[in-house]
Ligand binder design. Structure first.
Ligand code: GLU
Length: 290
């Protein structure tokens, strides 16, 4: 049997904090304890927020923590063709449509719909896509695309769900409400999610699923903030014929006010803690892995 595959997948849009250290150390410890492999993936598809100096800092901070990973590192920005191919596969199934509303128009549509009562929200609290772009004719779509307006490529969630039988995943960790073991996926709770944009041929959901499939990740260890997104990931895996990994979601490290840590909060940044003399062993203690 091939060894288990783990991955740590940070986005280089800021410096790592204690929450990242916890996730990276859990992956490292699980890989070592199981004779598995640890991969590092740089999730840098958002060119407006990602910076090379943050990427360099990720390598330095992880090495300082004593973490080792397999080379080469996969940088998502170098694999756009893989995401495009997956998107084409979903398009060929008739599951993708362009939606032309701007963010402001979407906000206006939601407000209008809320006149009749609350409009449904996704598990992250964002309103579901309220538009009707799915109903545009082929001719209207081509005309709008040719006119150069920006668009998002959305998944026709209802049609996608009709193509798969009920999906579950094996939760080895714990969801925010104590979910464990087989968990039923509920991708419909996310509505017609964005898979790509005119300017970026992928999205978080699409690239994470394609990469974990190509890299044969067998156990995904990540924060509970991504627990509900797993429903969308399971659906995309099923549609794209990719293997199903196990998931181990972990509790989030919180600040003294109980808030999720942010990359802009200096008191919990690894660089800041190192500058005031914290050792890697102290970081382990601070995240409860001492
Ligand atoms: N890149 C994501 C983040 O930094 C993590 C993706 C994942 O683990 O699935 O939050």
């Amino acid at each position: 049997m091939s060894p288990p595959v783990f991955r740590f997948a940070p986005s280089p849009n800021g410096h790592l904090h204690l929450g990242h250290a916890y996730s990276a150390l859990l992956n490292f410890d699980r890989a070592r304890g199981s004779g598995g492999r640890l991969l590092l993936r740089i999730e840098d598809i958002d060119a407006t927020r990602c910076r090379p100096e943050y990427e360099a800092a990720i390598y330095e901070d992880l090495a300082w923590l004593g973490i080792t990973w397999e080379m080469p590192v996969r940088r998502q920005s170098e694999h756009l063709a893989d995401y495009r191919a997956a998107l084409e596969k979903l398009s060929a199934l008739g599951l993708v449509y362009p939606a032309f509303e701007s963010r402001a128009e979407i906000a206006r549509l939601v407000t209008a719909r809320e006149a009749d009562g609350p409009w449904p929200r996704d598990p992250d609290g964002a309103p579901l896509y309220p538009g009707n772009a799915r109903l545009l004719s082929g001719g209207e779509r081509s005309r709008l695309i040719d006119s150069g307006v920006p668009y998002a490529l959305r998944l026709d969630m209802a049609a996608a769900c009709r193509r798969v039988s009920s999906l579950t995943w094996n939760e080895l960790g714990e969801g925010p409400d104590g979910e464990r073991g087989p968990v039923a996926a509920r991708p419909e709770a996310w509505g017609d999610v964005i898979l790509a944009r005119k300017a970026t041929p992928t999205s978080y959901h699409l690239s994470v699923v394609v990469d974990d499939g190509l890299q044969r990740t067998s156990e995904i260890v990540r924060g509970q903030d991504l627990f509900h997104a797993t429903s969308v990931h399971r659906l995309l895996q099923a549609l794209l014929g990719l293997a199903e990994p196990a998931y181990r979601h972990h509790a989030l490290i919180r600040d003294s006010d109980g808030r999720k840590l942010s990359k802009s909060d200096r008191s919990t940044g690894l660089r800041e803690l190192r500058a005031i003399g914290a050792s890697p062993a102290r970081i382990r203690q601070l995240v409860g892995l001492g």
